[in-house]
Design a protein around this ligand. Sequence first.
Ligand code: SF4
Ligand code: SF4
Ligand code: FES
Length: 273
Amino acid sequence: MQHFLVRVLRQDEPGRPNYWDEFRVEHESDMNVISALQKIAETPVTSQGRDVSPVVWECNCLEEVCGSCTMLINGRVRQACSALVDNLLGDQPEAIELRPMTKFPVVRDLMVDRARIFASLEKVKAWVPVDNYHDMGPGPRQSQEQQEAAYKYSQCMSCGCCLEACPQFLKIELKIEPGETQEQFHARQREAADRSFVGAHAIAQVDLFNMNPIGAMMAGERLDALTAEGGIQLCGNAQNCVKVCPKGLPLTTAIARGGRAATIHSLKSLFDR
Ligand code: SF4
Ligand code: SF4
Ligand code: FES
């Protein structure tokens, strides 16, 4: 095979209608989807010979660690850097279809705004608190079992695959109101995101930081966030998330453990009043 086709669902800016462009790309061995996009960027001419603007996408690590290149490739949410062209062409001969994720606002073409993923992590306080940064000696010891359980969760790269697949994580579709400033619009978007489902990735990070001996000091605050509006109670247990997580995080285990911990925490808070 000397050439293959790449169809890209494009959008020029947020809120604008989308449209398809098709490109004919020269085949090379060991190409991934990012290298196909780089070839398109070198010569942005469609297969019909029309000059167009280069396709916009996001990438960073190129080794499935940062999550920024996540998109729908032949209908499946995954990372463009680890999607090999030859494997994809085996699925669907001579054409690869690229679309942006559907649950996040499109910035341009294949690039989406994933800020909501990080806002959820902020909401559930997905960090270990520190008082200062001087050397305070070794921290509390963790057993081998605790380390292994934590390691699985620590591989989350905030890619958004679990959110794209989740029927409870809905796209927020707000329009800028007449006379509203960008700041006011973003504040309204942030408020709507805060009320909506936090998602499986955030639930897993609550488990990760609550099992850390120092992180556990904020366990109650995390569980409060997890049971607030948009919390774990919205999970319908469809388990789509665990099927698409590229890092194989045990998301259903995290959801079950989070649900149990949240119930115990709520009951305790009731009796402590
Ligand atoms: S199990 Fe919960 S978080 Fe996972 S896809 Fe289903 S509703 Fe979403
Ligand atoms: S839990 Fe998995 S699918 Fe979800 S953001 Fe983390 S790495 Fe991606
Ligand atoms: S570029 Fe980082 S995951 Fe693909």
